[in-house]
Design a protein. Structure first.
Lengths: 138, 682
């Protein structure tokens, strides 16, 4: 698996100031891993959970999160709400809502997922493609 | 009692304590400091175009003011959630957002006991009750107003819907919602401080796993249908505004404004409203007529989400609307109420126009000053006469409208025109195509009492259009009322074929085995829409009938519904086939006639046309296309009918020598014998 940085870097520059979450689709786990490396080396901050995403939402260097099935619903809720000017996610442990306001100016918000995860989310009724803006795949 | 709108009002007007949305004034919350109140500056660039103001914000404002839960169906990109959040930011209202897609845990919504995070003393409780996402929106807090958004409502699990309906019922009566099983926790609700809005994407229409809601569930909601996409005008206005080529706020004609009264008209003062008795008579007629049109599918036929005009809810809502918005003109107020609660459930302009036509009759004209020679009784007679006249006008109108749309004299409705656009050129044969086969056929349907069924859902049309399939309407009777058998088709059209140099209809219509077979002399096409292929499906030839049936099962799974869950009817059809396959295989060797009988009856094989339907399709395509396209020009399709000898009938090779008809036992195979698709609706 060989992923050149440049097309992804081009894509990242297009993602700046978007009012929707941008989506990077990997063919498989190996490509996902290489995309992660590329995003990290581009300076993007990684969020390990949907709630953590809220805390780093407006990071100057941009944010990415790997969408995995245990949290896919929360990431989907995030993507649906991102363009509406306010995001509210629910912490099931503390039973509390956590809200955040996205600042679109110079922001980069990337969701990274494999095509297999995209398909399984679609089959469960969560259409990331319809609720994300720009999409990148190699 | 008059409160006329001020002509100087802006579409959105804000004061210190309220915001008006096209005239509908909502109070700001007294307490606006909360992380759940959207930040106003985030909506500085919001474009108040006509669509956003009238179709979203004003509708939402009316429902918020009236304390009615509103359910808006519309596409993802029209800005439903953003409109609510923008309004909440202006009003200082909290937003409690729940996306019901994949939410199956009722406790997340309604609350649960959790370990007490503040336990300090031994006597402190181990567990405390924590609100869920919905109950936090129901909880009344001084000075706060909350909006609960239930997004993707039609994706909710049944157990979730049940609990949400309890919430709506509690809100409606101002009662309590019981939160815990032992009833030790409850919340007193108030529709003054909690507003509920639900959004759904159109069922089907490319939205995965979006089933239609049960119409009975819609009763609790003020259901409003919005477009799937931003209307062109709104889109164009927004683009101009975004590039500073135009204003960010569109001028809205003030006759679209509403002006609520500070207090609703008390019910005991209804009797003082001039003309109310006349209007109510007409409203009753209107309601019955609107219901009739809906039941007859003369309106709303293309909307995948079924709904009703409820006999109890709609009149109550109209009454509340009139009480809240009466401005001294009962006709105007009533008509606006009917537009809000009846017309707004429809999306197609033609459908809306039909109701508008009826609404025009719900009017009251104050009688002229009576002649001195007339007493009160005479004045009463005038009003009664007017009621009678108006009722007759409405009934006259219904007399035309209640005739099923398919029996109308117009050969092609706007729904059919839209279907033709979806399917593409040369791929749609609707009611007008009948006239290309036999002039005057579509007009004759009325007297033949043939009801054209509603068109298939748009999502299905799009599915088949992508494959290049055809959508066609078949009917069962000839214009003269005779049954449209194969024999009759041949009789009716043979001369016309000769005259137009189209060759023959059938290669041979005189063979005895055909004349003895019901498929030739008795069977008629089923009145239905059908998605068909012009020729056999690729890879379906060189297979015996059993293998072709297996092919159909695989076709459904791997091609037509690839990557999707199969519709229940097809799952069942495949299960039926699989349960009989071994027995039929055995019968093919021992009793082929019994095998043929069983195969022809399988539900899966109803995806094949009957011979008469295949003949109908051939003639319809030939006559309905400029280039005289022929179906099955070099192939046979194996139909689902038996000949008098028990063989399975094949049909095809529709060249100028006439369409061929043959029959073979089920184990027969041929390189030119395959399966053409015929998927019928309903």
């Amino acid at each position: 698996m060989r992923t050149t940085l440049s097309p992804l870097a081009d894509f990242l520059s297009s993602c700046k100031s978007q009012k929707e979450v941008s989506l990077v689709l990997a063919k498989d786990e190996a490509e996902l891993s290489s995309f992660q490396d590329a995003l990290r080396s581009s300076g993007l901050v990684s969020a390990d959970s949907p709630l953590q995403l809220l805390s780093v939402l407006n990071s100057d260097s941009g944010v990415y999160a790997v969408v995995r099935s245990p949290h896919a619903k929360d990431y989907y809720d995030f993507a649906v709400q991102y363009p509406t000017g306010q995001i509210e996610l629910w912490d099931r442990t503390s039973m509390q809502a956590h809200g955040a306001t996205p600042s679109y100016e110079n922001s980069v918000m990337i969701f990274l997922m494999t095509k297999a995860d995209l398909l399984s989310s679609q089959q469960e009724g969560r259409d990331f493609l319809a609720n994300c803006g720009l999409v990148f795949q190699s | 009692m008059s409160t006329q709108p001020d002509k100087s009002l802006a579409p959105i007007e804000e004061t210190d304590d309220a915001v008006s949305y096209a005239g509908v004034r909502l109070p700001k919350a007294e307490s606006r400091e909360s992380p759940l109140v959207p930040k106003k500056e985030k909506y500085a660039e919001y474009i108040n175009d006509r669509f956003s103001v009238l179709q979203l914000q004003q509708k939402l404002a009316i429902s918020f003011l009236m304390g009615e839960p509103i359910l808006i169906e519309g596409g993802t990109s029209i800005g439903k959630t953003t409109a609510v959040r923008k309004m909440a930011s202006e009003l200082g209202w909290e937003v409690h957002y729940v996306n019901l897609n994949g939410a199956t845990d009722v406790e997340d919504l309604m609350g649960k006991y959790i370990p007490n995070p503040n336990k300090r003393q031994p006597n402190d409780p181990e567990y405390i009750f924590a609100d869920g996402r919905v109950t936090s929106g129901l909880r009344q807090q001084k000075g706060r107003i909350k909006v609960v958004i239930l997004d993707e409502f039609n994706s909710a699990a049944p157990n979730v819907l049940i609990r949400l309906h309890e919430v709506l019922d509690a809100l409606e009566r101002g009662g309590s919602v019981v939160l815990s099983e032992d009833a030790s926790e409850d919340i007193t609700t108030s529709k003054q401080t909690t507003k509920v809005v639900a959004f759904t994407n159109p069922p089907g229409k490319g939205y995965v796993a979006r089933p239609a809601l049960d119409p009975a569930q819609l009763r609790r909601w003020v259901y409003q249908k919005l477009p799937d996409h931003l209307p062109d005008a709104a889109f164009s206005f927004a683009v101009d505004a975004l590039f500073s080529q135009g204003e960010a706020h569109e001028n809205i004609p003030h006759d679209n404004f509403l002006s609520p009264r500070s207090e609703p008209v008390p019910s005991e003062q209804f009797a003082e409203i001039p003309g109310l008795d006349v209007i109510l008579q007409k409203y009753k007629e209107f309601h019955r007529a609107a219901k009739g049109l809906l039941q007859q599918r003369s309106i709303g036929s293309n909307q995948p989400q079924p709904f009703t005009y409820d006999d109890r809810e709609e009149p109550r809502r109209v009454r509340d609307f009139v009480a809240r918005f009466y401005n001294g003109d009962i006709t105007e107020t009533f008509q606006k109420a009917l537009r809000y609660y009846y017309v707004n459930k429809l999306i197609i302009d033609e459908d809306r126009a039909k109701l508008e036509e009826l609404i025009n009759h719900v009017s009251y004209t104050a009688p002229a000053t009576p002649s001195k020679r007339k007493g009160l009784d005479a004045q009463r007679v005038d009003i009664d006469a007017e009621i009678e006249e108006r009722q007759q006008q409405i009934l006259d109108l219904l007399g035309e409208k209640l005739v099923p749309s398919e029996t109308k004299r117009t050969a092609e409705s706007s729904s059919e025109r839209e279907a033709a656009e979806v399917m593409g050129e040369g791929k749609f044969f609707g009611s007008a195509s009948l006239d290309t086969m036999i002039p005057g056929w579509s007009a004759a349907l009325e007297k033949l009492r043939i009801a054209i069924p509603p068109l298939p859902p748009r999502a299905e049309m799009e599915r088949h259009a992508k494959r290049g399939d055809v959508l066609r309407l078949r009917v069962s009777k000839a214009p003269d009322g005779s049954d449209l058998t194969m024999k009759r088709v041949n009789e009716l059209l043979q001369d016309d074929f000769k005259k137009k140099k189209d060759g023959k209809v059938l290669y041979d219509a005189t063979e005895e085995w055909k004349l003895k077979s019901t498929f030739f002399t008795k069977d008629t096409p089923e009145v239905a829409w059908a998605f068909t292929t012009d020729t056999v499906l690729p890879d379906s030839t060189n297979k015996n009938y059993l293998d072709q049936t297996q092919f159909l099962a695989d076709f459904l799974r791997t091609q037509l519904f690839k990557g999707e869950k199969l519709p229940k009817e097809y799952e069942e059809a495949i299960r039926e086939f699989e349960s009989q396959k071994a027995e039929i295989t055995k019968l093919m060797g021992s009793d082929w006639k019994e095998a043929a009988k069983k195969l022809s009856a399988l539900r899966l094989n109803q995806l094949r046309a009957a011979p008469v339907e295949a003949l109908f399709d051939f003639v319809q395509t030939l006559r309905g296309t400029a280039d005289k396209r022929r179906t099955l020009v070099d192939k046979y399709t194996w139909t689902n009918k038996l000949s008098s000898g028990g063989h399975l009938v094949g049909f095809g090779f529709c060249d100028s020598d006439g369409a061929g008809v043959g029959d073979d036992p089920p184990d027969y195979t041929l390189g030119s014998l395959g399966v053409a698709l015929s998927r019928k609706f309903p």
